[in-house]
Design a protein around this ligand. Structure first.
Ligand code: GLN
Length: 481
């Protein structure tokens, strides 16, 4: 097995024993990038030179016997929605194709402070709007498991890179499922923490009340290692929470005997691919066999989640994206600059892609006078009802299990002409963004050679439970398969 195919926890152990160096790992990752990137296109920008320097620095720390973080010397890729000082940050859009931030996002800063090695900035749907990474202005990413299929989105570049050994770890963002869905589709692990757990400072906003930064890795343990580095209160983000910061890795090994695991009925209804349902039910049986108590429950407002999500997300996006006007930063059209209104119009027409324009129009409509009460306000009320469903259900259970996606990774182009079909892919993921709850995707096998993701949902700020169940499942399924 090549070094780039190993998990971060394995590599951290080998680095500690000085059996390998960070330079060797980093070179192995770049070798894989050289071999596969033309096909996969997981990255918008790679930072090879600085990566090798960072790797040497990490090795030096080991040589000097310094106390190091477990992430010291481990390669990590960052979704191109997080600002990196001096490194182009495009958000997958032409409108930011020449944008070089003057500061680094808190989460990125924190992870690099551990000595992790930055490999590059990963491809994504433009402004994180999409479920397939086909909406990138830089061209789509392909699923390494089967390159005719999409990697999921919007953090498709991050998930594909982890799955393919083009990085060891990655950071993504999740507004409606964008970490969990690509993790499921590429067969890796990915966690969306509770809203407020990770600072959003330096994250280019899509829908501010839903956006959250999280981790992707080959295993749950790898995700826990990244989460340990990036979480914590930040005075630069007023929505970042002042809560205690557990050691997420430490909670992994508690067993699951006696845990109450909820199965929400509404997540196993018509519309789901039967083969996925079977796979999830089999995984639940594995948990049950190992001592978990399975409890069926109901989240009655689930059917409104997609409508509420796409109203709130587009409304917030239309407001957040008003800042791209060709004046302050980013792309400016050079067509007819004599009239400022014309300049805004041309810049935005040429700079934004089709899906982003669609969402700005939808959101502007939903917020307009006369429609606000009928759409936006109603969506916010629905959001409160969805939250109540979860609050009630969590009185009875410790966590919940659901599928991540109702369908298998689809083929490139398959859903591009029908935005509604694309939106429906998010049916099982958006509720966690509407409620702020933590959730993760772990691989639970394949159907016809394509990966299936199992979603674990936890109570607010109980990522420990989510990770514990994910880790336990990974261990048990290793034994049973
Ligand atoms: N697919 C969803 C959307 O397009 C979620 C995207 C995300 O989580 N960033 O809005």
């Amino acid at each position: 097995m090549e070094l780039c195919d190993r998990s971060a926890s394995d590599l951290a152990g080998l680095l500690r024993k000085r059996e390998i160096s960070s330079r060797e790992i980093t070179e192995s990752v770049f070798k894989r990038i050289d071999e596969k990137e033309d096909t996969i296109h997981a990255y918008i920008t790679t930072t090879r030179e600085t990566a090798l320097k960072q790797a040497d620095l990490a090795d030096k720390k080991f040589r000097n016997g310094k106390k190091t973080s477990l992430l010291n010397g481990i390669p990590i890729a960052i979704k191109d929605i997080l600002c990196t000082k001096g490194i182009r940050t495009t958000c997958g859009s032409n409108i930011l194709s020449n944008f070089i931030p003057t500061y680094t996002a808190t989460a990125v800063k924190k992870v690099l402070q551990t000595g992790a090695v930055l490999i590059g900035k990963t491809n994504m749907d433009e402004f994180a709007m999409g479920s397939s990474t086909e909406n990138s202005a830089f061209g789509p990413t392909r699923n390494p498991v089967n390159t005719e299929h999409v990697p999921g989105g919007s953090s498709g570049g991050s998930a594909a890179a982890v799955s393919d050994g083009e990085t060891i770890l990655a950071i993504g963002t999740d507004t409606g499922g964008s970490i969990r869905l690509p993790s499921a589709y590429c067969g890796v692990a990915g966690i969306k923490p509770t809203y407020g757990r990770v600072s959003r400072y330096g994250l280019i906003s899509y829908a501010s009340s839903l956006d959250q930064i999280g981790a992707l890795g080959k295993t749950t343990e790898d995700c826990a290692m990244v989460l340990n580095a990036i979480c914590g209160h930040d005075r630069l983000d007023s929505t970042s929470a002042q809560v205690k910061k557990p050691d997420f890795r430490r909670s992994l090994n508690k067993d699951i005997k006696g845990l109450k695991v909820g199965l929400p009925r509404e997540y196993f209804v018509e519309g789901i691919d039967k083969r996925i349902e079977d796979q999830i039910i089999n995984a639940v049986k594995v948990l049950e066999k190992n001592g978990a108590d399975i409890i069926e429950l109901s989240l009655p407002h689930t059917k409104y989640a997609i409508s509420a999500y796409y109203l709130i997300a587009t409304a917030e996006a239309s407001s957040n994206l008003a800042r791209y006007d060709g004046v302050k930063y980013g792309f400016r059209s050079n067509h007819d600059l004599t009239d400022s209104v014309r300049m805004y119009e041309k810049t935005r027409s040429e700079g934004f892609g089709k899906e982003v324009k669609r969402r700005i129009m939808l959101g502007t409509y939903a917020l307009s006078a006369g429609y606000y009460d009928a759409y936006y306000l109603k969506a916010q009320k629905t959001r409160a009802l969805i939250k109540e469903d979860f609050d009630k259900a969590f009185e009875k259970v410790d966590c919940m299990i659901t599928p991540v996606s109702p369908c298998l990774p689809f083929k490139l182009g398959e859903k591009m002409t029908d935005p509604l079909q694309m939106y429906l892919v998010d049916i099982y993921t958006v509720s966690l963004n509407l409620t702020g709850l933590p959730g993760m995707s772990v691989n639970c096998g394949t159907v016809g050679g394509l990966p299936v993701g199992l979603q674990i949902i936890g109570k607010a700020f109980d990522e420990e439970m989510v990770l514990r169940v994910g880790h336990a499942y990974e261990k048990m399924s290793e034994v049973t398969t």
